[in-house]
Ligand binder design. Sequence first.
Ligand SMILES: CC(C)(COP(=O)(O)OP(=O)(O)OC[C@H]1O[C@@H](n2cnc3c(N)ncnc32)[C@H](O)[C@@H]1OP(=O)(O)O)[C@@H](O)C(=O)NCCC(=O)NCCS
Length: 187
Amino acid sequence: MFVNTENLKTIIKIRNVEIDDVEALNKVIDEVSRERQYLATTSGFPLENHMQFVQNNLQNDIPQLVSIINDEIIGWCDILPKRPEEFSHVGYLGMGVLKKFRKNGVGSQLLSTCIEEAKAYGFEKIELEVFSDNFPAVKMYEKFGFKKEGLKIKSRKLDGKYQDILLLSLWLKDSNKKCTTVKHRGK
Ligand SMILES: CC(C)(COP(=O)(O)OP(=O)(O)OC[C@H]1O[C@@H](n2cnc3c(N)ncnc32)[C@H](O)[C@@H]1OP(=O)(O)O)[C@@H](O)C(=O)NCCC(=O)NCCS
């Protein structure tokens, strides 16, 4: 497909995932996974599982978006409620853009729209994990206000190479007060 990247920002469409997207979306996720660098998986999901996953998200109005150029899916972003119930005020974010379309604002458009969807859904906080050597993604999340919460050292070993995992989060509510610990009065 020929794409004039100069005009990319004006022709990208961001919309909710539809069930008819799943086959194409499945291939996009597989392609990014197979780069073996940025995502936690090195290949995509079985199509049937993916279909069920999207169906369940649709039934529950869970934020899941795709970016489209010339009717082709080129990226995705979803924010899934953590489980069990008492963790579900937190949404877990995953996203990606096909390699040839990166650095043209697609990721930013997906992320800003998905953050708005997450607010509308009622999430209080977004969490994500990103390999610390994934500089483009880390930069992008920082640009959107995500803060570091932790670092898992040498968490993945792939092709003999270790990668650390950064834990990042974004509070969607105005206040971000730390949990208070109840102090018991001693006698
Ligand atoms: C992370 C990713 C989604 C960004 O998508 P993108 O379309 O390239 O992002 P954008 O063009 O909107 O860039 C957004 C910001 O990211 C940062 N960025 C993007 N590419 C960068 C690069 N090569 N180097 C440094 N910063 C970069 C910049 O801060 C940029 O903002 P700016 O244009 O104002 O400087 C994309 O690189 C990707 O799909 N990577 C592989 C999958 C992945 O890492 N997913 C996230 C896993 S947690």
